[in-house]
Structure formats: C-alpha cells, structure tokens
Design a protein around this ligand. Structure first.
Ligand SMILES: [Zn+2]
Length: 77
C-alpha cells in the first residue's frame, strides 16, 4: 500500500515539475529573423558582408569603393 502512495507522489511531482518547466520556451522566434542581416557578395573579390555596409552599383555589390571602381571580377564561375 505504501508503494502505491509513493508512486502517486512521484507522478504528481513529475507533473508539477513538467508544468513548471513547460511555459519557459515562450519567447518570440521572429525577432532573430528580423535582426539577421542580409549578406551580399562583393562582385570583385567575392567576400561576403552585410548589405548595409556594402556599396551597390547597379545589380552588383562591392565591399569597398576601390572594388566598386574596378568593377566585377573578370573571372566568373
Ligand atoms: Zn571586394
């Protein structure tokens, strides 16, 4: 008889702990996607950098003003 009470107590303890842990992962997952920066590739040297730091010239993006002046790399893969 004491074993039955023991097991009921364990079940209640597990349920209580589970309810206590369950509400924690309630953080909005959209924030990370909003903060993720869009990465662009320099058309001259191929380095990847955030779009807000890149320089655009038409359809191409460049990492520096010098690469923008030189234009896209002659070799294209
Ligand atoms: Zn570059």
């Amino acid at each position: 008889m004491i074993r039955l009470i023991f097991w009921i107590a364990i079940v209640f303890a597990v349920l209580w702990l589970w309810r206590k842990i369950k509400p924690t992962p309630r953080q909005p997952a959209q924030r990370g996607a909003e903060q993720a920066l869009l990465m662009v590739r320099c058309a001259h040297c191929g380095v990847h950098l955030p779009q807000d730091r890149a320089l655009s010239n038409g359809q191409h993006w460049y990492c520096t003003q010098a690469h923008l002046n030189e234009g896209p790399a002659p070799r294209e893969r």
